[in-house]
Design a protein around this ligand. Structure first.
Ligand SMILES: N[C@@H](CCC(=O)N[C@@H](CS)C(=O)NCC(=O)O)C(=O)O
Length: 214
């Protein structure tokens, strides 16, 4: 299998943590995509993922799979022993619900803020990101505020349970963790009052897969 991504970036990190959790790294060939150079916005890459984002998984039969959630589901179930995406219908539902919240309330608004209200990944990508329309900065800033509200939401969740989707570490934790990494990229700090979220982040940082992603 191949993965098209760029090391160190938040969404690629999600899958690299999954690969480490599932001991699958040795089965993957990584193909680096030049995000600051906007390689992912060129026709060759858009042909494999029209969304123009990384990571993308390519199966051995040539099939391309994009979207971290879907890639995670695929990799987690490859060995028939899912550990990150749930086993019962109820577990799967809760993990998917919380991971979607992690995207929509945290990671995605951080991304919009980063790309539209800050210089983002630099001049090479700006033509694809930040058309000069009135209100662009304010729109991005509102997304920044939404992301901080998302941090406060997850802090509340983690006051009553050890992990984002309940008792077990799951894909939802990986998405929140990567969202916070993205927030760091954007110089967006976790509020100090979010003590449960900060403690959870420190705990997750100690996982071998997070310390040494693929
Ligand atoms: N929903 C997508 C998001 C992927 C994504 O936004 N990846 C970032 C890298 S962290 C990207 O490719 N950004 C390029 C861009 O926005 O131009 C997923 O889950 O895979």
């Amino acid at each position: 299998m191949k993965i098209f991504d760029i090391p160190g970036f938040p969404n690629p990190l999600r899958i690299r943590i999954v690969l480490a959790e599932k001991s699958l790294a040795s089965r993957i060939e990584f193909i680096k995509i030049d995000l600051p150079g906007a390689e992912h916005k060129q026709p060759a890459f858009l042909a494999i993922n029209p969304t123009g984002t990384v990571p993308v998984l390519q199966l051995d039969d040539g099939t391309y799979i994009s979207e971290c959630t879907v890639i995670t589901d695929y990799l987690d179930n490859l060995d028939g022993n899912p550990t990150l995406t749930g086993t019962t219908l109820k577990e799967k539902a809760i993990i998917h619900m919380m991971q979607k919240r992690a995207e929509s309330e945290l990671a995605d608004p951080v991304g919009i803020y980063f790309h539209h209200s800050t210089p983002g990944l630099g001049a090479g990508l700006q033509p694809y990101k930040s058309p000069e329309w009135e209100g662009r900065i304010e729109w991005g800033n509102r997304q920044r505020d939404k992301a901080v509200a998302g941090m406060k939401y997850f802090d509340q969740v983690l006051r009553s349970q050890p992990y984002v989707a309940g008792e077990q570490f799951s894909m939802a934790d990986i998405t929140v963790y990567a969202g916070l990494v993205f927030a760091g990229f954007a110089s967006l700090a976790i509020p100090q009052a979010c003590t449960a979220l900060l403690a959870w982040q420190a705990k997750v940082q100690e996982r071998p897969s997070v310390k040494n992603p693929a």
